[in-house]
Ligand binder design. Structure first.
Ligand code: FE2
Ligand code: FE2
Length: 213
């Protein structure tokens, strides 16, 4: 969807709506969950808690992705960049919904700090976007590559029996790689140091907290 013709106030209101839906609503996936046709094997308590901790981290990651892309799109200069950011955000909505469903199946809940994660990521997205579209796209590439690496880690540490979570993460990983490739092809800039390191540090902090809260 292009936002051509909307005033800055319209956009701000739409972003606020997206934020409320992401944090307090039940966003709907456009694609069925990749885990839906896998057997729902009963995990022992320790395994279930660990899987839930990891899926909560992934859910927060998707809350952050929504907020980043919507924040970046809000200040993107080029309509194509904006449209691409919003298209990626739609796929992140699928990821968000799949992770939320899986958390419920694991008898758990999303992070209580989601409003804070959303607000912080939106602010970072706006700041990145204000640097111009090359930076905006560079930020997408770096975010998606870091998420891809982190999903790999989770695929290694998830309980072997948790086929449903595994299927979800494998599809997310393929989507994130495509988001990065698309942004690269559209003229992403390579982010200068220390930006990638700062991003990795922030996400490490988020992962540590979100595993528990
Ligand atoms: Fe995602
Ligand atoms: Fe993504």
């Amino acid at each position: 969807m292009t936002q051509r013709g909307f005033t800055p106030l319209d956009r701000l209101l739409m972003d606020a709506q997206n934020g409320l839906d992401t944090v307090f609503g039940s966003p709907r996936a456009e694609r069925p969950s990749p885990g839906a046709d896998r057997p729902d094997i009963v995990l022992d308590d320790a395994e279930r808690r660990h899987a839930a901790g990891l899926m909560r981290v992934n859910h927060v990651g998707e809350v952050c992705a929504q907020a980043l892309y919507v924040g970046q799109a809000a200040v993107a200069r080029d309509e194509r960049t904006r449209a691409q950011l919003l298209a990626a955000a739609q796929e992140e909505t699928d990821h968000l919904a799949w992770c939320a469903d899986r958390l419920r199946e694991l008898d758990s809940r999303p992070s209580l700090l989601n409003p804070m994660w959303y607000a912080g990521s939106y602010a970072i997205g706006v700041l990145a976007g204000l640097r111009g579209d090359g930076w905006n796209l560079g930020f997408v590439v770096e975010t998606e590559r870091q998420v891809e690496a982190h999903l790999d880690e989770h695929l290694q540490t998830l309980p072997e029996a948790d086929a449903r979570s595994r299927a979800i993460l494998a599809t997310m990983k393929a989507d994130e790689a495509r988001h990065a490739d698309n942004a690269q092809a559209q003229g992403a800039r390579r982010l200068p140091p220390p930006v990638p390191t700062l991003m990795a540090t922030a996400s490490k902090l988020m992962k540590t907290i979100a595993y528990r809260i």
